[in-house]
Ligand binder design. Structure first.
Ligand SMILES: [Zn+2]
Length: 80
C-alpha cells in the first residue's frame, strides 16, 4: 500500500494565479475599498479557490457585478 498523493503539493500546481486587474468603480467591500473585478466567472472562481486554500476557514462566493463590470468575490451570500 502506497500513498500516491504523498508528493502532491497544490502550491506547485498553480503557476499562474488569476489576478484581478481592475477595481470596480461602483462596488466596494466591507472595508470600504473598491472591489476587485474579474473579467470572467471562471477567473473569479479560480481566485476564490486559491484564497480558500491559503486562508483556511475562508469561504468565498462569486457573483456578477450588479453594474455589469464583471465578477466579484464576497464572503457573504446575497450581498456584495
Ligand atoms: Zn461591481
Amino acid at each position: 500500500m502506497s500513498i500516491k498523493y504523498h508528493n502532491f503539493d497544490w502550491r506547485c500546481s498553480i503557476t499562474e494565479m488569476p489576478q484581478a486587474t481592475e477595481k470596480c468603480l461602483h462596488c466596494c467591500g466591507s472595508d470600504g475599498k473598491a472591489k476587485d473585478v474579474y473579467k470572467s466567472e471562471s477567473d473569479a472562481r479560480q481566485r476564490a479557490q486559491y484564497i480558500e486554500r491559503t486562508r483556511h476557514g475562508t469561504r468565498l462566493y462569486v457573483y456578477r457585478c450588479p453594474f455589469g463590470n464583471g465578477f466579484h468575490l464576497t464572503k457573504k451570500i446575497g450581498r456584495g
